[in-house]
Design a protein around this ligand. Structure first.
Ligand SMILES: Cc1cc2nc3c(=O)[nH]c(=O)nc-3n(C[C@H](O)[C@H](O)[C@H](O)COP(=O)(O)O)c2cc1C
Length: 229
């Protein structure tokens, strides 16, 4: 099968992308930052409603917030997500979750039984893995699963646009767990009409960070796709 240059570019992006959990301090220029979020606006959505809302925090303010959020989480701040975050993984899903965790801990040299090491690795989520930028991603509180599909597509679009500019990222469900602290930082009222679904830390990859050696695999096609004729 011949491959067009467009396909080649797309496949390189898809195959070359991985979640990055260690960043240099270098910030992204304002123009590029806006360009990235502008391009991600091309994401399709149900009835073109575009229900995503991104709150982008950059530079010193991002690092200040990371420090205070990580400290709050470490000292036991209560987690009060805006929506039901029950994961409910079972069977093969649970196995993939475990494999993913071992891939990450393995690359960081954290042993299976090392609870302290795992706790510290988990806490890095709230330090935004050292990133100089974080975006919290929200949608209206009254919206449910149908609209969350749109936000998921937006996230992947944003993720790939970043990647195409050499900007690395990690989408983080963990950043949905303390929405009140996020609203406080953003100056939003506690009863704000938006629910915070997740966050995405981003910036330039620190290639020397052990966490960035993590690679994940995907299931065989037949596990996820059934073809009918
Ligand atoms: C919706 C969503 C939530 C995620 N939440 C987290 C998270 O809280 N912390 C984290 O380190 N990685 C998180 N990830 C990254 C996944 O672990 C990662 O995408 C997956 O293991 C596949 O690896 P790859 O992105 O390197 O291909 C999340 C990814 C998605 C799409």
């Amino acid at each position: 099968m011949s491959i067009t240059p467009q396909q080649s570019d797309l496949f390189a992006l898809l195959e070359g992308r991985y979640s990055v959990r260690g960043f240099t301090g270098q910030t992204i220029e304002k123009d590029l930052l806006e360009e990235i979020f502008q391009k991600a606006q091309q994401a399709p959505s149900n009835c073109n409603t575009q229900p995503w809302q991104a709150y982008v925090i950059s530079g010193e303010r991002c690092r200040r917030f990371a420090k205070s959020l990580a400290e709050a989480v470490a000292s036991g701040a209560p987690s009060k997500p805006d929506f039901d975050v029950t994961l409910g993984f079972f069977e093969e899903y649970r196995q993939r979750q475990v494999d993913c965790a071992y891939a990450l801990y393995g690359s960081m040299g954290i042993e299976r039984g090392d609870k302290v090491g795992r706790g510290a690795a988990m806490l890095r989520n709230y330090d935004f893995f050292g990133a100089p930028h974080v975006a919290f991603i929200a949608m209206p509180k009254s919206f449910g699963i149908v609209n969350a599909l749109d936000v998921g597509i937006y996230l992947q679009t944003l993720n790939l646009v970043m990647e195409s500019h050499g900007v690395s990222s990690c989408i983080q469900g963990a950043l949905a767990y303390y929405p009140d602290l996020v609203r406080k930082e953003l100056g939003l009222p506690e009863d704000d009409s938006m629910q915070i679904l997740c966050g995405i830390s981003f910036g330039y990859e620190d290639t020397s960070h052990a966490a960035n050696n993590t690679r994940t695999v995907r299931a065989e096609l037949a596990e996820n796709v059934a073809f009918y004729e």
